[in-house]
Structures are given as C-alpha cells and as structure tokens.
Write a protein that binds this ligand. Structure first.
Ligand SMILES: Cc1ncc(COP(=O)(O)O)c(C=O)c1O
Length: 376
C-alpha cells in the first residue's frame, strides 16, 4: 500500500491537523484504537482471560523482536523507558570507582538513573556533546579502564542527532563497557539491528515513533547479559516455576522475562501489537527514507528563512526530528497552532517531528507560517 493510503485509512487526525509532533507523542492509528477497543469490549463481557492474553503478549514480543532484529527471549515489557533504564542501572554489576559515560544532551530519563548510582560510589561522566550528541571521537576522549557503561539516546530528543551505535559499541566493548540505548526517539522511525550495532540493553516506550499507547515499553537485553543481570525486584512471574504459588521457588527465568513486572499493561500491549504490525507492514526502511526526504525539505526551507538550526545537516546524523530557533518561538508556535500545525517548544527551540504519513505539503505549510511570522 502507498504511504498516502495509510494516511487516509489510519490517521483521521490528518483531516484537521498537520501533526508534526511525534517526538512528543503520536496520534494512535485507527487499527491500534480498534485493537484496544476490541480488547476492552471483550473484557467488559469477561470473554478474555489470561489464557488469551498470554499468547497475545507473546505475539507482541515476537513482533518487537523482529523490529529490533533480536530474539523474542531477549525482550521484556516494562512500563516506561525510565523503568528500563533504571533497571539497567540497578542490575548491572557496578562497583565503586566504576564510571558511566553519557553526554550533556541526554533527556533526564537517561541521566537520573545513572546519577542515582553516585551514592554507590559510581562516577557519572557527563561529557560535552559534539554536534548535538555523543560521537565516537568524543567518547574516546573520556573512556578509560574503569568505564563500565556508555549510555546514549539513539536519536537525541532536542537536537535530533542520530548516534552511530555501531561505532560507539565497538569503543565501549573494547574498554570492557556495555552500550545502553534509550531508543524512544528512533524505534519505529529508524531501522534498528541490535546485533549488528552491538547494543547491549535498549528501552523504548511505545508512545512516540512506535505509535502505540503510553505505558508499554520494549526492553531488549542481549542474550549474553540476561543471566549476568540481577533484577532489582522480585516478580512472581519472573521465575522458572511460577506455580504452584505456595512453592516459593525463587529460581529466576533465564530469558528477559526475569525482568518483567508481574501483571502487564495488557490493553497497552494489544495496542502495541497492532502498532508494531502496522510499522512492519509499512516497512521501517521505507519510513526512514520518507522521513529523511521530509526533513531534507524542512531543513532546506528553514535555511532559506535564515533560521538557526540545531539539528545536524548530514543525513547519517539525523532521523525524524528537526529543531530550530526563530526570533519568537512562543509566538511562532502559537501561529502554527492557529494554522492547525502542531509542533513542540523545547528548551527555547521549535521541535518539528513528522512521521511516515505526513506529506511534503504539510512541511510547506509550516514553512509558510514561519515565513509570514518573520515579517509580521
Ligand atoms: C529521549 C527520551 N527518553 C525518555 C523519555 C521519557 O520516556 P518515558 O516516559 O518512557 O520514561 C523521553 C520523553 O520525552 C525522551 O525524549
């Protein structure tokens, strides 16, 4: 199916809005809403029970694994990206004097879990960003024999900088460190092969580029790490033998489900299953190519308007986010909203983030509004 057809069949929001705010939260595609509605209707009548929900959860896990080029047993579902990153921070075997490296453009969700380790004597090195994110050259300056973790957003929330995960993981691994990735701003928009890019742990909430409901997060833990990570919490379904309940057999599972909270957000997972199936049907390569075309057009237009652009120009260093500063960011944001174009204001910038169903005409409309604001 053509991208334009998905726009018509899945995204009624396009009838009233040019929605360019997927880095904040995505509108739910029709089929995602329908999947959750069917689930809720069935639950209202008591028709669905654990026996139906568990296979649905496993299907969702298999789809998430496909998207990441991982194995289903390397996937756990948690609530938020923060939950996944905190779990990594607490479960990794870190000692006093070890250090964690991240850059000063990270969203706080990927900073506080690590700062929380300072009380255990772990050093957190917040290094200056390079062109909007963490580059291998910058990482190499700060890595040493006590670095145990390098953590990075695959796409930075503000600058839109896309990290070279393969190069970062190579450096991290050479130093004996793991690469932990906050993928919330890229999963669903950018192809992701965790094996090929050497990612060890990754978390991504479904609410942004995956176009799923808020509160379901895909957590990937590389097979080799699963049994070396001690879950900080004890969950009753994380064990090999959950029943009989009164057996209290605390033998942890050997797959990523050892990290999974007991009762999951099942309605959210039904939505995530539909969203993952949609993205895989459309094709992530196709989505990514379309996003680069739209953002090329946007960057060229912003340059013509002479605006300050925070996002790197090189295609390999960006994905779906373009961030710029106008002379009057709150005013321009409001003018865009009046014209039914939705973007975000972040840290004094305008952040624009289209997805695969957006069209070049919407980018042009945005540029026209910004051009008219400049002269008013
Ligand atoms: C890069 C990044 N990481 C994490 C988050 C928050 O994720 P969660 O609410 O799932 O913890 C955001 C939200 O905006 C983000 O942009």
């Amino acid at each position: 199916m053509e991208l334009f057809e998905y726009r018509v069949t899945e995204f009624p929001i396009t009838e009233s809005w040019a929605y360019l705010n997927h880095a904040a939260v995505a509108p739910l595609p029709n089929r995602v809403v329908e999947a959750m509605t069917r689930f809720l209707e069935a639950r209202r009548m008591g028709e669905l029970g654990l026996q139906d929900e568990q296979p649905a959860t496993e299907e969702t896990r298999a789809l998430a694994a496909r998207l990441l080029h991982a194995e289903p047993d390397e996937i756990a579902f948690v609530g938020s990206t923060s939950d996944g990153l905190n779990l990594a921070a607490q479960a990794l075997p870190l000692q006093p004097g070890d250090n964690v490296i991240l850059c000063d453009m990270e969203f706080p969700a990927n900073v506080y879990p690590w700062l929380n380790l300072r009380r255990k004597g772990v050093e957190v090195r917040i290094v200056p960003h390079d062109n909007g994110g963490l580059t291998p050259a910058r990482l190499a300056e700060y890595l040493d024999g006590r670095t145990r973790v390098v953590t990075v957003s695959s796409v930075q929330f503000l600058s839109g900088f896309r990290a070279d995960l393969a190069a970062l993981s190579q450096l991290a691994h050479q130093a004996g460190a793991v690469l932990v990735v906050d993928a919330i701003q890229s999963l669903g928009a950018v192809p992701m092969d965790v094996r090929a890019s050497g990612v060890d742990i990754l978390a991504a909430n479904g609410a942004k580029w995956l176009m799923a409901p808020i509160g379901v997060t895909v957590l990937y833990v590389r097979r080799e790490w699963i049994e070396r990570l001690q879950p900080p919490y004890g969950y009753y379904r994380a064990v090999v033998r959950p029943e009989p309940y009164l057996a209290y057999d605390w033998t942890l599972r050997t797959d990523a489900r050892r990290f999974e909270p007991a009762s999951l957000n099942v309605v959210g997972l039904y939505g995530l299953r539909a969203a993952l199936a949609l993205l895989l049907e459309v094709g992530i390569e196709r989505i990514y190519a379309h996003l680069l075309d739209l953002t090329d057009r946007l960057l060229a237009g912003l340059e013509t308007l002479g605006l300050e652009i925070l996002t790197p120009r090189a295609r390999e260093h960006r994905a779906g986010i373009v961030t710029c500063r106008t002379p009057d960011v709150p005013g321009d944001w409001a003018r865009l909203k009046d014209a039914h174009i939705l973007v975000s204001q972040r840290e004094g910038y305008l952040r624009i983030s289209p997805h695969f169903y957006n069209i070049p005409e919407e980018i042009d409309r945005l540029l026209e509004v910004l051009a008219s604001g400049k002269h008013s």
